[in-house]
Design a protein around this ligand. Structure first.
Ligand code: SAM
Length: 293
């Protein structure tokens, strides 16, 4: 069944030609590293078609002119329409088990001795991954607020970043592996139901920022743990490899990089990374090789 291919009433009957699609794909790749497969054409036609209509334009080509003119607001709409933001609290729970049993204990010990500790949820979507990291940290270190320890959550899509910053979710659409983890994030459920706010202790550990992973990063210092999961699946292989190399450069020796379940680094040692578990890599110390520029 191809319901997506049918013109929807909300986007009218605007044709999306091969040339339009190629132009949209070029803009998405150059601006955000996104590789648009032709299977996504009906979805893109429907989502961007609404914007074409809202702006009173007659074609996708005219719409691309607006996006390429650098009009910030429209480029926000464009990126929101093209990104996939699916996420859950404690998604791929095995990573959090490893985090709590193996990765965090020595990091927290070093933090208690005064070390600066930084974790990064890169491509954090609406914040569930960053708050899950905060929940794991607080479970092991209730005193985390007193340490020089911060979690950075970044994404390119302003719509989901706003949700992350607010930290307020509808529990009916929040999936948790266990009720105990849900309580960790939101505290005890009130009998009334309704929207739930992330516990202030978790919120206090996390900062959200807009950051485009395929452009220069306005960040300083190195990281102890980077989660970049289910983000690069939307990039082509050369863009993926460049990103892995850039992550390797901002990890401390011995620090950790965790990637999504369907992602892999083809040549980790070349980048100075050692495989260290399921879709988990560790900075090898002095890098054994430099990434090609
Ligand atoms: C499927 S979500 C993954 C969320 C979370 N990491 C997880 O695994 O549950 C992918 C996110 O990557 C973001 N993204 C895509 N391209 C990006 C880019 N160039 N820079 C930063 N974020 C990007 C999207 O906006 C989206 O929110």
């Amino acid at each position: 069944m191809t319901t997506l291919a049918r013109p929807s009433t909300s986007d009218g009957d605007l044709p999306l030609t091969e040339a339009d699609f190629a132009r949209i794909a070029r803009i998405a790749k150059a601006g955000w590293g996104l590789s648009l497969e032709s299977a996504k054409r009906p979805l893109i036609r429907s989502r961007l078609g609404r914007r074409v209509k809202a702006l009173g334009l007659g074609s996708f080509d005219a719409y691309c002119d607006v996006v390429e003119s650098g009009e910030a607001q429209e480029s926000d709409h464009f990126v929101t329409a093209l990104t996939t933001n699916v996420t859950h609290f404690y998604r791929e729970a095995h990573h959090f088990e490893m985090l709590e049993s193996q990765i965090l204990p020595p990091i927290l010990q070093a933090a208690r001795q005064g070390k600066r500790v930084r974790l990064w949820s890169a491509g954090c979507s609406s914040g569930q991954e960053a708050y899950s990291l905060a929940g794991s940290i607080l479970a092991l270190a209730p005193d985390a607020a007193k340490l020089d320890l911060r979690i950075l959550g970044t994404d390119i899509d302003p719509t989901v970043l706003q949700i992350a910053q607010d930290g307020v979710y509808d529990p009916k659409i929040c999936l948790f592996p266990t009720p105990a983890l849900e309580e960790r994030v939101f505290g005890r459920a009130p009998p009334t139901g309704g929207l739930r706010a992330v516990r202030p202790e978790l919120k206090a550990l996390v900062t959200f920022r807009r950051l485009n992973l395929v452009k220069p990063w306005p960040i300083s210092g190195r990281f102890d743990v980077i989660f970049c999961r289910n983000v690069v699946i939307y990039f082509d292989k050369p863009t993926q490899r460049q990103l892995w190399a850039r992550f390797a450069e901002v990890l401390h020796p011995g620090a950790w990089l965790l990637i999504g379940h369907s992602e892999r680094i083809a040549d980790p040692q070349e980048l100075g990374l050692d495989p260290a578990g399921i879709t988990t890599y560790r900075h090898a110390g002095a890098p054994s090789g430099k990434a090609p520029s």
